[in-house]
Design a protein around this ligand. Structure first.
Ligand code: ATR
Length: 283
């Protein structure tokens, strides 16, 4: 009998993760014998868990909050995205039995835009990125990889934006919210990576930027997908920007992991999107 391939998502807490729905959809779609489960690990347990994957019969898995930086430190090998972002969200054991770590968030961000708006990166190369947390790092890495020449990072705590500018180099310009409005008309792509407008983070308020002066054809995308239409996206859409929601990033970031563990590069289908959307709307 073929060996049962097993993978996981781990975090603390982990019960709200939608990764099992995504990977089990693909296992079924491709008729593969395998399993993908949510496994909770406290910060104390996580290092032992990650170092003993093979003994547990696990080929690898996804890592989420709060373990992404610890996973980065524990890996024996890391891909270029993980090195640049400083966090690992995907683990796999390679042919030499080494623990490998990758970061697929930047891939997921760009692949989602490629799928929804294939010309999103074909025009001008100036971006405005709102927020300077972990997600912002992945977005900056993706934008730099796609040849963006000027990326303004706006953050409430401007020091965090400055730290990103130091880390990623001279194409990044740090700014505070008082300056943000002035940059709207210069941007070809505007990305919200802040938690402003995310469900559970206070009342849905107006997003603190006016997009009416944005360039014709400018793209707006949010990495938040609950709600699917965030106040940021609603206002950008109203102002005529081309909008892409954040759900596709979640789906596309899962693709490389599945391929590592189960040997098939899976497709992000409309059916999968609908399954996750139904689950999100239930919660
Ligand atoms: P993630 O890893 O998902 O990016 P994070 O590191 O907590 O999460 O970052 C959240 C981002 O949302 C930060 O840019 C944060 O700004 P600060 O660095 O100043 O905290 C931003 N953010 C959260 N609440 C905000 C608010 N009320 N106004 C403006 N920015 C906010």
């Amino acid at each position: 009998m073929a060996e049962m391939k097993q993978a996981f998502v781990t975090g603390f807490p982990i019960k709200h993760s939608r990764s099992p729905l995504i990977h089990n959809y693909w296992l079924q779609r491709y008729g593969l014998t395998g399993s993908y489960k949510a496994i909770e690990n406290s910060p104390e347990n996580f290092p032992h868990f990650a170092k003993t994957l093979a003994e547990q019969g696990l080929r690898g898995g996804n890592v989420t909050i709060p373990h992404k930086e610890t996973a980065f430190a524990l890996c024996e090998k890391r891909d270029a995205a993980a090195e640049a972002i400083g966090a690992v969200n995907t683990l796999w054991i390679d042919a030499d039995n080494k623990l490998n770590g990758g970061n697929t968030d930047a891939y997921g961000f760009a692949a989602n835009l490629d799928a929804q708006l294939p010309d999103w990166d074909k025009g001008g190369k100036t971006a405005l990125v709102l927020g300077a947390g972990g997600a912002s790092r992945a977005v900056l890495y993706a934008l730099l990889n796609r040849g963006f020449e000027k990326i303004i990072v706006v953050n409430r705590t401007v020091e965090r934006a400055q730290a990103l500018a130091e880390h990623f180099g001279s194409k990044i310009l740090a700014a505070d919210w008082d300056q943000a409005q002035g940059f709207v008309r210069t941007a070809d792509v505007i990305v919200n990576t802040t938690s402003l407008g995310m469900s559970g983070h206070g009342e849905a308020e107006a997003f603190p930027l006016d997009f009416s002066a944005a360039k014709a054809g400018a793209v707006a995308t949010d990495i938040v997908y609950i709600p699917l239409e965030t106040p940021f996206l609603a206002q950008a859409r109203q102002a005529g920007l081309r909008c892409v929601d954040g759900l596709g990033m979640l789906l596309h970031q899962a693709v490389p992991g599945f391929e590592h563990w189960f040997g098939v590069r899976p497709e992000v289908t409309d059916e999968l999107r609908q399954i996750i959307l139904n689950d999100v709307q239930k919660s």
